[in-house]
Design a protein around this ligand. Structure first.
Ligand code: AMO
Length: 434
């Protein structure tokens, strides 16, 4: 009886085992040949001394095309010639699927392949351990997020991704046909998570796709990303929200550094856990830093990619990777954000990580009349927000929350050059497939 094995749990003394994987490479030296068999855990060398395994098996194995899928049965031997310290001497094999030749792109070739080619052949690109590792880390990151929020009493919710209207503003909406009506892909669960605050589900979180019809071809924008949203009631001030985010993010970064050691080694990254507390910069302070850095922005302007980067460089010099930006002018922030009475400011914040916004949020306006007034001030028609406003009319606690783009968080943790590296099948203005 043979045992099906992964390369990670093979040991000398196992006797005859069967290993499954992809033929990564074959070197035929004439009297002996070496086949590198790759599975999800790593690589095992199949060593083929012609005399020992016989001409027929030797010929068949050495003529396999790269990336073919096989099972090899044989004896495990100790070896000081292989990274694993083991080799497999085959006695039989099974070909499950022969790979076509030539491959659309190499798995082990060291040449730099263009991002577009890689994404067009993502199934192949993902066979590279350093690419696959990113998605294993992403999965761990989501598990850590869930662990942190559940520990803090948050309930996971799922809100509709097909909606009748937008939450964040009209320009970024994808319009779809919904039978005989127009509908939109959800930009954010903003309105729903706030409605839930009126129900007694007073701490909720959601991790789900968000869609933005943004014509931005940048390394940090995509049209579909995963948004980690949180909303919490009974806050005394925006600071309660900031404190919660800090606890969650710290749990995630610390946890990933520990649990993702193997994957981090594969991609050659070390995670530096940002020191706490995360500093708070005001928007005005940021403007000054940006202006001093040579970018002339006016009060009310969005910091933008370049402004965020200047602030990031400034904070990096002080050893601070993660920092909140607070005291935004109310004018620059959405209707659902609470104004700071008697000032031009609001209780909105951003969280920036190494010079890039990864989150925004704030304390919400929970008082019906004030909320309606704010909508009107922003040129919105309260009539369009029926189901949302109803929830504020019949008892709404003070509350606040955040939205975090999880790919941006991962990109910054791992110092990846492009958000597309953190998405299996990214969507952007010029990419709808695969
Ligand atoms: P905002 O629009 O700032 O806020 O989005 C929150 C976070 O989502 C991420 N993000 C994106 N990631 C990749 N590509 C994009 N095109 C993109 N757009 C946004 C960013 C951003 O910080 N409702 C509010 C949140 C709240 O107040 O709770 C909202 O959606 O990381």
């Amino acid at each position: 009886m043979t045992a099906l094995k992964d390369s990670s749990n093979i040991a000398v003394g196992d006797g005859i085992v069967t290993v499954n994987g992809w033929v990564q490479d074959i070197r035929n030296m004439g009297g002996i040949a070496f086949l590198q068999l790759r599975d999800r855990f790593g690589i095992i060398q199949v060593t083929m001394p012609k005399k020992k395994i016989g001409q027929e098996l030797f010929d068949e194995l050495t003529s396999l095309s790269r990336e073919s899928v096989i099972s090899v049965t044989g004896e495990v031997k100790e070896s000081n010639q292989t990274a694993l310290g083991l080799e497999l001497i085959p006695s039989e094999y099974q070909l499950h699927s022969a790979a076509g030749v030539p491959l659309p792109m190499g798995v082990i070739d060291k040449v730099n392949v263009e991002m577009d080619t890689r994404l067009n052949n993502r199934f192949m690109d993902l066979r590279k351990p350093e690419v696959k590792a990113i998605f294993e880390l992403k999965s761990m990151m989501v598990a850590l997020i869930e662990e942190a929020v559940r520990e803090n009493g948050f309930t996971q919710v799922f809100t509709p991704k097909i909606s009748a209207a937008g939450a964040e503003g009209g320009a970024e909406l994808f319009k779809i046909k919904y039978f005989d009506k127009d509908a939109f892909l959800s930009q954010s669960p903003q309105l729903y998570k706030q409605v839930l605050m009126s129900t007694g589900l007073d701490r909720v979180f959601e991790i789900a796709p968000a869609f933005r019809a943004e014509q931005s071809n940048t390394n940090r924008h995509v049209t579909e990303f995963i948004s980690f949203d949180g909303e919490m009631s009974w806050i005394q001030s925006m600071d309660d929200v900031l404190a919660m985010i800090e606890v969650i993010i710290d749990h995630v970064i610390t946890g990933l550094k520990e649990k993702g050691q193997k994957q981090l080694e594969i991609i050659g990254k070390e995670i530096v856990v940002p020191s706490r507390p995360y500093p708070k910069l005001t928007y005005s302070e940021c403007l000054k830093i940006v202006n001093d850095g040579g970018l002339p922005l006016k009060n009310g302007d969005d910091l933008g990619t370049e402004g965020e980067k200047i602030v990031g460089d400034y904070m990096a010099k002080q050893g601070k990777d993660l920092y909140f930006i607070v005291e935004y002018p109310e004018e620059a922030k959405p209707f659902y954000i609470m104004e700071k009475d008697g000032t031009e400011f609001s209780y909105a914040f951003d969280l920036d990580y190494k010079g890039q916004e990864i989150s925004s949020g704030g304390q919400r306006e929970h008082r019906y009349d004030r909320l309606v007034a704010r909508m009107e001030k922003k040129g919105l028609d309260p009539e369009d927000f029926g189901f949302y406003l109803d929830a504020f009319r019949y008892g709404m606690p003070p509350h606040g929350g955040w939205g975090i783009g999880i790919e941006r968080l991962l990109v910054k943790m791992l110092d990846l050059p492009n958000i597309r590296e953190a998405i299996l099948f990214p969507r952007d203005p010029s990419r709808l497939s695969p």
